[in-house]
Design a protein around this ligand. Structure first.
Ligand code: ADP
Length: 433
């Protein structure tokens, strides 16, 4: 067993040492001289051990400290113990690090650990494959010197990492990557790149499929509709059956039309920011269509700023507004008011449709913009609803950097609205009458 450090033992030894020298001094009647000799001997002993320690620290190649005696034994033993502890901690840390690396290598994404300016501190194998980084040769290099895409550089330096960006892989043109950066710790950044080539291909295939099927269904439906109209005029046909068939074909036609509109809006990711939409004209048309739909059962109020217009895609904005207004008419009882407003709110353009209808329970609101999601299927079927209207609104608005907000109280009514950002707004001075 090691001799451990003890202050009492050290003090005891010192007392015994000087008592012995003092005793001999008393016997020889030379107390001061012998105490002095004792002090010199003790000093010599300590200097010898100090020299051994210094030699071991600076010159000796051995890993273990020299063996000490007396009061130096616990010191050398302490150093030896500390070394053992450090060795154990180091190997624990190395094990942890290699486990972390193995974990990061097992990630399905490319991962790069970077400093504040994007200096590469570490990357996994997939980062070498997808981003063309050579590890460890590129350690310390700035990542924007290796990935030379302007969009990537501005994303890296924007410090706004809420949304990921997509770009083609610098290692292979046919590979599409979704890049996400996360800031953490003391000015550190973690970059994750995911291969989304297959996902985007599948999305494209799905969009094409829906668009093609809807397109193919349109022609036979039109033919059927034509024949039904002819049959309705024939006295030999049962009027009820023909009318039921006409209703169903009409429903199918409007479903196909909605599907086609949705796929058209989905594929056009870029809207022309130069195209000016006359909102007064669009909203007057939407209002007229709503009047026809309501057939006098509702009070439709149009409250618009005639000088407020916007840039964007007219078909998409018209679809969004029309769907919201038609829903308000469909889901409100006769005799209630539907208010459509388009006004400036600060520096944005604000569109709102307020109804006093049945309202929507809170749990349905987050899911309303999903395709085919309907709160009450039977009720929606009665109104001829397809469940695609709000999905169209969501896509159309996202192309104009906007999103739908819904506030509703069951039994009291709902308010559907969106804000068009200041850069897409046109304010025109109107002459006062
Ligand atoms: P639909 O064609 O069925 O109306 P939408 O996507 O336009 O499909 O709307 C989804 C669902 O949201 C509707 O089925 C309806 O239940 C609900 N909804 C939409 N607008 C309103 C509204 N103004 N008041 C009450 N419920 C509404």
């Amino acid at each position: 067993m090691f001799e451990e450090y003890s202050g009492y033992r050290l003090a005891g030894r010192l007392a015994i040492w000087f008592s012995l020298w003092g005793l001999v001094g008393l016997l020889l009647d030379q107390v001061t001289l012998l105490l002095l000799i004792g002090t010199w001997v003790l000093l010599g002993y300590h200097y010898r051990h100090l020299a051994r320690l210094a030699h071991w620290l600076w010159k000796d190649r051995r890993l273990t400290p020299p063996h000490g005696t007396g009061s130096w034994e616990p010191i050398f033993n302490g150093i030896y113990r500390l070394q053992g502890k450090n060795r154990r901690r180091r190997s624990q840390l190395a094990r942890l690090l290699s486990r972390f690396r193995e974990g990061a290598e097992a990630l399905p994404d490319a991962a790069v650990v970077m400093g504040h300016e994007g200096q590469i501190a570490w990357c996994n194998k997939l980062a070498e494959l997808h981003l063309g980084i050579h590890w460890p040769q590129d350690a310390g290099q700035r990542i924007d010197n290796l990935i030379r895409y302007p969009a990537f550089s501005s994303y890296l330096h924007s410090n706004q990492y809420d949304d990921p960006i997509e770009m083609t892989s610098s290692a292979s043109e046919s590979r599409l990557l979704e890049i996400r950066i996360m800031a953490y710790g003391d000015n550190q950044k973690l970059l994750l790149a995911r291969d989304v080539t297959r996902l985007r291909q599948l999305e494209e295939m799905r969009r094409d499929f829906v668009a093609n099927v809807s397109h193919e269904l349109k022609t036979p439906l039109t033919v059927l509709q034509g024949y039904l109209e002819m049959m309705a005029m024939s006295p030999a046909m049962d009027e009820k059956q023909v009318s039921a068939m006409t209703d169903q074909t009409q429903r199918m036609k409007s479903l196909v039309d909605q599907l086609l509109t949705l796929s058209k809006i989905e594929v056009s990711t870029q809207v022309d920011p130069e195209h000016r939409i006359d909102m007064t004209e669009v909203l007057n048309q939407v209002h007229d269509e709503a009047l026809a739909l309501s057939a006098g059962k509702h009070q439709l109020v149009l409250d618009i700023d005639p000088g407020l217009h916007m840039y964007g895609d007219e078909l998409q904005i018209r679809s969004a507004c029309a769907n919201l207004v038609q829903n308000a008419v469909h889901y409100s009882p006769a005799g209630t008011e539907v208010r459509i407003s388009w006004r400036r709110l600060g520096d944005v353009g604000r569109f709102e449709v307020q109804d006093c209808g049945e309202g929507i329970a809170l749990e349905h609101i987050p899911r309303l913009t999903e395709r085919f999601y309907r709160v009450d299927r039977a009720r929606s079927r009665q109104t001829g609803g397809s469940g695609l209207g709000l999905a169209i609104v969501k896509h159309a608005l996202s192309h104009h950097n906007s999103q739908l907000d819904i506030h509703s109280t069951p039994g009291k009514g709902s308010r559907f609205g969106f804000s068009i950002p200041a850069n897409l707004i046109v304010v025109q001075q109107t002459e006062k009458a």
